[in-house]
Design a protein around this ligand. Structure first.
Ligand code: COA
Length: 163
């Protein structure tokens, strides 16, 4: 069975990530979206919130599963028995970071391959941080995230204002 892991922080998931998942789920039998549980990163959404959000926005893709992981990606891949890692590439600027990570993972486990999928042009300039910034200041993120994530962002920033 061709199984792939699509790892990331997904804080929050964007239309760009969903585009990669939709395209990838068409050629693998199972796609595991893996949310990194990184306590060192100051995330807006908790890991549980991100997992729940991803389950909601991927429910139209029956071969997509969502899980969280802690530690090394290669260990997670072995745990779920996947030999393929998917990463999206938005621009040349992503390349150096992604290439280093792919080489690092290959060094840690020679059985794991990384495949890069180029981002669709309309999503090339979006990132989770820019979306959070726009939403925090009340700008429109309509074309960047699904309506469900937009509501989650509004709710999160409103609850922060109330503190
Ligand atoms: N569309 C829109 N945005 C995209 C995107 C796409 N297709 N692809 C990436 N991005 C953006 C994200 O929104 C995010 O933006 P931000 O920096 O503004 O938040 C940024 O690119 C990177 O995020 P993401 O794809 O979630 O990756 P990451 O760098 O946060 O996570 C891991 C990378 C989880 C894969 C990596 O850190 C990892 O494997 N960690 C485990 C530890 C390990 O194994 N280390 C050894 C590595 S050799």
């Amino acid at each position: 069975m061709l199984k792939a892991v699509y790892p990331g922080s997904f804080d929050p998931v964007t239309n760009g990530h969903i585009d990669i998942m939709e395209r990838c789920s068409g050629f693998v039998e199972e796609l595991i979206v893996a949310v990194l549980d990184n306590p060192a990163k100051n995330s807006l959404f908790t890991v549980d919130e991100r997992v729940q959000q991803l389950k909601e926005v991927t429910k139209h893709m029956p071969n997509v599963k969502v899980k969280s992981f802690y530690g090394l990606l290669v260990d997670f891949c072995r745990q779920v028995d996947a030999k393929l890692v998917i990463r999206g590439l938005r621009a040349v600027t992503d390349f150096e970071y992604e290439f280093k990570m792919a080489l690092g993972n290959k060094k840690l486990d020679d059985n794991i391959e990384t495949i890069f999928i180029s981002s669709s042009t309309k999503y090339m300039f979006i990132s989770s941080s820019s979306i959070k910034e726009i939403a925090m200041f009340g700008g429109s993120v309509d074309d960047m995230v699904p309506p469900y994530i937009k509501d989650q962002l509004t709710e999160k920033f409103n609850s922060r204002e109330e503190i």
